[in-house]
Design a protein around this ligand. Structure first.
Ligand SMILES: [Zn+2]
Length: 48
């Protein structure tokens, strides 16, 4: 299961599971990268 993501800004995001990772990644994007929104598919594509 993919639940880790390294944001290009250097932030490391880790979730309990895929749903949690997507939620945390979207929260990070909203806070740090306004205007950059990624879908669940895109986030999971970048996750490992
Ligand atoms: Zn970032």
């Amino acid at each position: 299961m993919k639940k880790r993501l390294s944001c290009p800004c250097g932030e490391f995001i880790e979730g309990e599971n895929e749903d949690d990772l997507v939620e945390k990644a979207q929260a990070h994007l909203a806070e740090k990268h306004p205007g950059h929104e990624y879908s669940r598919e895109q986030i999971l594509f970048l996750a490992f």
